[in-house]
Ligand binder design. Structure first.
Ligand SMILES: [Zn+2]
Length: 275
């Protein structure tokens, strides 16, 4: 099964979205890792987000060992990764050991996340020189912080974690990512209901794609709110437990056939976007 999972599987992104790339289009490639973890590639640039999960956590998946080995050794599709991001320190999004292994192996990649994540990673790395490539940033509520200038432009948002007071201590970051002419939003485990999220007025940011937890999309009102909040042309449902993929797929298809979903680690979807 591992060998099969490691083979990228190319799926169509909905008939209307597909066309051959031309001068007036850009291509976004998403490779699904696990939960909310992706490789994102557009134009010359690529990054990974929530990629460092090698032990399953509860009902949630880990990145398969063979796929993670390709990530460490820069095998396609994981060549030339500019930046690694992590939304928050929960184990289904970030684990310090695989993150440290990655930074030791990939000396050209910077790592950017919250202080909570960075502290765990720094203590795992110890004195290793890779520690110098870690940046920790934390915007205040409703503020945005732009990461230091780089090929990939990232704005960090402070989005309260789903779960209210129970998870208030968690530094959950949203990421507004611009690379290769594509704008993408990753919200981590953000709560769809908070005013903090609505206050960012993300619908004004001309987003191409928003990756959102599938529990945002539980019914028609949720889908409508996710569309209104993000304004994104394409919504991708993420963080689906493997045991629920088939049921979630059927549910989303019935709600709105335009919603996108990844079904297995290593799956590749390419989206051609008009400019
Ligand atoms: Zn979480």
């Amino acid at each position: 099964m591992r060998a099969f999972l490691a083979l990228p599987f190319v799926a169509l992104f909905g008939l209307a979205a597909w066309q051959e790339p031309t001068a007036a289009t850009v291509e976004l490639e998403l490779v699904y890792l696990a939960n909310e973890g992706f490789l994102v590639r557009a134009g010359e640039h690529s990054l990974v987000i929530d990629a460092f999960v090698t032990e399953p956590y509860g009902e949630y998946a880990a990145v398969p060992a063979a796929l993670f080995a390709d990530l460490l050794s820069a095998k396609p599709p994981f060549e030339d990764i500019d930046l690694a991001l992590a939304s928050h320190a929960h184990r289904d999004h970030f684990q310090a050991k695989p993150a440290a292994d990655f930074l030791r192996a990939r000396s050209a990649t910077r790592f950017l996340s919250s202080p909570q994540v960075a502290d765990e990673l720094l203590s795992e790395l110890g004195e290793h020189s890779a520690a110098g490539r870690i940046e920790a940033l934390l915007p205040e509520a409703r503020e945005t912080l732009a990461a230091p200038a780089a090929a990939v432009h990232v704005e960090l948002l402070r989005l309260p974690h789903t779960g209210g007071a129970r998870t208030a201590e968690v530094q959950n970051l949203g990421h507004l990512i611009e690379l290769g002419g594509v704008r993408l939003l990753h919200v981590g485990d953000a709560d769809i209901q908070t005013e903090d999220l609505a206050g960012y007025a993300l619908a004004k940011r001309a987003l191409d794609v928003a990756l959102v937890p599938y529990w945002w999309l539980g019914n028609a009102a949720g889908v409508a709110r996710a569309r209104e909040l993000t304004g994104a042309r394409h919504l991708v449902a993420v963080h689906v437990p493997p045991a629920e993929v088939a049921a979630v797929k059927a549910h989303l298809a019935a709600l709105d056939p335009a919603l996108l979903l990844f079904e297995r680690s290593g799956e590749v979807q390419k989206l051609v976007l008009a400019r």
